[in-house]
Design a protein around this ligand. Structure first.
Ligand SMILES: [Zn+2]
Length: 120
């Protein structure tokens, strides 16, 4: 089979369509998933959706993030996916975003310490 043989519309037409209830259930399950422990310092909430992580040595440096602007990203779903697959994919995508968010902040803090507080 090559790409010319693949009928995308027919394929999509055979996928089960998740109902609103499936999507709401998946969202509830994602919200109930345990939070990822990040070891990040406590942020300040400085203005609409912006969180600020200050230098632990109080030198005035800070790193800001706007988590609400992050794109949710693609969900990886098997062919013929079920509402459980959808819930798991939403939870997995949320965990990936959460870990990436934490790693970005930890890296910013590490970079700041390397530059401004070497050896601390
Ligand atoms: Zn500092």
């Amino acid at each position: 089979m090559n790409n010319d043989d693949f009928d995308l519309e027919a394929f999509v037409g055979r996928l089960p369509t998740p109902t609103i209830e499936d999507l709401l259930q998946a969202r509830r399950e994602a919200e109930l998933a345990p939070p990822v422990v990040t070891g990040l310092p406590m942020p300040e909430f400085v203005r609409w959706g912006v969180v600020r992580y200050r230098c632990l040595l109080d030198c005035g440096w800070f790193h800001e993030e706007h988590p609400g602007l992050e794109r949710p990203g693609a969900l990886l779903l098997p062919a013929g996916f079920t509402s459980e697959d959808l819930a798991a994919a939403i939870t997995s995508a949320a965990e990936v975003r959460s870990k990436a968010f934490a790693m970005r902040i930890q890296q910013a803090i590490a970079d700041h310490f390397a530059e401004a507080h070497p050896g601390r």
